[in-house]
Write a protein that binds this ligand. Structure first.
Ligand code: GLU
Length: 554
């Protein structure tokens, strides 16, 4: 090639790479391919990351209805590239005004969770409408279109959805039996076609009239009627009123910010316990120079042992102090204080398990969903969204086709307030139940590097921690980090779930140290991750194979 041509080629390449950097790749990761596609459609139509995230959420309501939707709640972390700010929309469900501290005390978690009493005032629609109003480029109506299409035309049931449809919670009510069972009363199978015309109409009404139709209009009336369903007599009847729905407000929060080595972690503040427990555990682990060169799957025994112990300590503080900050101030600064963390470090033993402390926790749902988006300008959304247990309360709003959450079971089942305990997570009217959801962003020297999160109830804390260590300490690729086998510390008492793929040698050795490990047939978490290479600025995504995680990048 003549020299001039080579120069021209180099110049063209330089210009195009320069443009690619300024604009950057767009990446979406979600736990269902059709939801990721919905986000891509909106980006192709000129929407930004916030618009695309809203489209992903509404599509997930259609294709992964067991996990999230407009009948639930969400935490939405938004990083704005232009101003370098991260803001949080807290669209968590709230307890109705008539809620009482002992409303769950007389029944089990399982009983409460499938009755109207468990339904919190939903926040997801208000949350995305608010995010779009502040930062979006498209209308709410525009971002609802992909979900409307999917609900009306239908889609083929995927293996993960078929697995979840087999749960009895998918068919507790006549409406869910009609929708999710075939003519013979059997769960829909892989490849069966699922159409949701009621849900399509609901989305169309919201597109035409705005969120008001949900919070104050006819959908509100239908929600209030549906959450009166009870199999427990009056004790199971939901207490939500039209006034509770009309009064629902999202909270705009400042994220929780912490440092780990030379990284800055930006994560979810209370009412989630997730971000605080993550930062506390990292603060403890920084005192232990542990080699984790091969990650947790094959890592050193001492690293896993110490990590379990650090998580137990964080889970102990979580049980005592974490709840809605509007109800009981959460001593965030004290729990992250260096001197306090050092005291906890002194309680830890690198050789053996600490004696039992703290109590076990009530069961929690684990079927939430996480998705992440980065747009061409570098705006990032990291969102964890939920209806709590799989299929939420099991109550589908008749005629409207969406499930109501059972999020209020995230409150203490039995009130704890007393001389030794602030009862931070006791049921209180108008308050948000404690969560573990921890959508997280990582920066270095002001530059955005990573965004991730996971479902999994209290296991979210361990999963997000393991992701952080695998990515930042061990420099695993995103794909390796989402695949590596996980463990999850459930409570201060130290029951630890373990994926069977974790190395048998490690499992035996941990057991020999006294750790109580429970091999779980259910996968732990489902991480959706995006990142940007700090040097080349190339963006990438990784999605969890434990569900139908999908990455779209263009
Ligand atoms: N309700 C749980 C929380 O807010 C999430 C449940 C799940 O991950 O499925 O922490």
């Amino acid at each position: 090639m003549p020299r001039f041509c080579r120069l021209l080629t180099a110049l063209t390449l330089f210009l195009s790479l320069g443009w690619a950097h300024a604009q950057g790749e767009t990446v979406i990761t979600a736990s269902h391919p059709l939801a990721a596609e919905a986000g891509a459609t909106i980006l192709h139509q000129g929407g930004n990351a916030v618009d695309a995230a809203a489209a992903v959420q509404f599509a997930l309501n259609v294709v992964e209805p067991q996990s999230s939707g407009i009948g639930g709640g969400a935490f939405i972390l938004v990083y704005l590239a232009k101003t370098h700010e991260t803001l949080v929309i807290d669209a968590r469900e709230v307890a109705p005004a008539a809620a009482t501290a002992d409303q769950f005390a007389h029944h089990t978690f399982g009983e409460n969770s499938v009755n109207g009493i468990a339904v919190g005032v939903p926040g997801t629609l208000a949350g995305f409408a608010e995010a779009q109003r502040r930062w979006g480029k498209k209308s709410l109506a525009a971002v609802l279109q992909p979900a409307i299409g999917l609900a009306r035309q239908g889609f083929a049931v995927t293996p993960y959805l078929a697995h979840e449809l087999a749960s009895p919670r998918a068919a507790l009510q006549p409406e869910t039996r009609a929708l999710f069972r075939n003519g013979a009363g059997q769960p829909l199978q892989v490849g069966d076609w699922l159409r949701q015309p009621d849900l399509a109409r609901t989305f169309e009404q919201i597109a035409a009239e705005g969120p008001g139709v949900f919070y104050q209009g006819k959908i509100a009336g239908a929600i209030v009627a549906a959450q009166r369903r009870s199999t427990l007599g009056p004790a199971g009847v939901g207490r939500m009123t039209l006034a509770d729905l009309a009064g629902y407000r999202v909270a705009l929060r400042t994220p929780l910010i912490g440092r780990y080595q030379d990284y800055t972690l930006v994560t979810m503040p209370p009412p989630s316990s997730g971000g605080l427990a993550l930062l506390q555990t990292l603060g403890l682990l920084e005192h232990f120079p542990l080699g984790r060169a091969e990650g947790f799957g094959a890592g050193e025994l001492s690293a896993t042992h110490v990590t379990i112990e650090a998580l137990r300590l964080a889970m102990g503080d979580r049980a005592l102090w974490l709840g809605d900050p509007a109800a009981t101030p959460v001593p965030v600064a004290r729990l992250l204080d260096g001197h306090y963390l050092l005291q906890l470090v002194h309680a830890m033993d690198v050789e053996k398990r600490m004696p039992d402390s703290g109590s076990g926790l009530e069961p929690e749902g684990t079927h939430t969903t996480h998705f992440t988006v980065v747009d061409a300008e570098g705006n990032v959304v990291s969102c964890t969204s939920t209806v709590e247990a799989v299929w939420g309360s099991g109550i589908l709003v008749p005629g409207y086709g969406f499930l109501l959450n059972n999020e209020l079971t995230d409150f203490n089942r039995v009130p704890k307030a007393g001389p030794q305990d602030p009862g931070a997570n006791d049921v209180r009217p108008g308050m948000r139940p404690r969560s573990s959801m921890a959508p997280t962003l990582v920066f270095r020297q002001g530059q955005w590097l990573l965004a991730y999160g996971s479902p999994g109830g209290s296991t979210i804390i361990s999963t997000v921690l393991e992701m952080t260590l695998d990515l930042l300490d061990d420099h695993l690729t995103g794909d390796a980090a989402v695949r590596i086998p996980r463990f999850a510390v459930l409570n201060a008492a130290g029951e630890t779930l373990v994926e069977p793929a974790l190395s048998p040698g490690l499992i035996d050795a941990l057991r020999a140290q006294g750790h109580r490990l429970i091999l779980t047939p259910e996968p732990i978490g489902s991480v959706q991750l995006i990142g940007e290479d700090p040097v080349t600025h190339e963006r990438w995504g990784a999605a969890d194979p434990r569900r139908e995680g999908t990455v779209i990048r263009f």
